[in-house]
Design a protein around this ligand. Structure first.
Ligand SMILES: [Mg+2]
Length: 223
């Protein structure tokens, strides 16, 4: 595999750019979305997949969505963990997903502490709510952002998706998000209790869109 783009701490695309044009993706927050939230997780032994998360990824990938992790990891920028330890944590996450029969197409993380990107426009910052990690993944993996979704448990996840031109789903609505001071979103988003329910929403809409496309295609095809 070639070195990851973007320099130290940037990211890793685990999949190849497929032939056949851009494909949709589901961008996934990590903590509180795919795995249990542990404040400043630093021990791979504490990685726990959330119930139903792997099954949701299996369904989404089977429907043609790339599954891409996009996670803020300011613990690195704060000096609380090394990037090596972060990679160990992500290797454990991938090991657990593999045991459940699925995987991720890419892992993107932003190691910056919040103060490093103060004042950057939303599209310039890699740190969510900036769109940088999503745009980078779209370039690396050949993704159709307009057909893609961002799922996460903080408003900064919702905003990152909207800033990238995706649709967004906020998990666990009604719970005051810890450390979430992003304010209201500039556009509409959906809510769901967990990743499985978010996948239901996405796949229901996706099936409808595919059926409409097939109908339209039949309408213009020769008999
Ligand atoms: Mg989270």
């Amino acid at each position: 595999m070639s070195p990851p783009p973007g320099g130290p701490g940037a990211s890793r695309a685990t999949g190849e750019v497929p032939a056949g044009g851009p494909r949709p993706a589901v961008f996934l927050d990590r903590d509180g979305t795919v795995i249990e939230h542990v404040s400043y997780l630093s021990d791979p032994g504490l990685v726990r997949l959330l119930p139903g998360a792997a099954a949701a990824l299996i369904r989404l990938r089977r429907a043609g969505f790339a599954a891409v992790l996009a996670t803020n990891q300011s613990a690195v920028g704060r000096g609380m963990i090394t990037e090596g330890r972060l990679r160990e944590i992500h290797a454990e996450l991938e090991r657990q997903l593999g045991r459940e029969g699925t995987s991720l197409d890419g892992i993107y993380y932003c190691p910056d502490a919040p103060w490093d990107d103060d004042g950057l426009p939303a599209t310039a910052s890699r740190r969510k709510p900036g769109a940088g990690m999503l745009l980078e993944a779209a370039s690396d993996l050949g993704l159709d952002l307009a057909a893609s979704w961002m799922i996460g448990d903080l408003m900064s996840d919702v905003l990152a998706g909207l800033n990238a031109g995706c649709r967004s789903i906020l998990l666990a609505p009604g719970r005051p998000p810890e450390g979430d001071d992003e304010g209201p979103a500039p556009g509409p988003y959906l809510t769901a209790p967990d990743l499985a329910a978010a996948a239901d929403l996405i796949l229901a809409g996706h099936a409808g869109a595919m059926a409409a496309a097939r109908t339209a295609a039949r309408g213009i095809s020769p008999p």
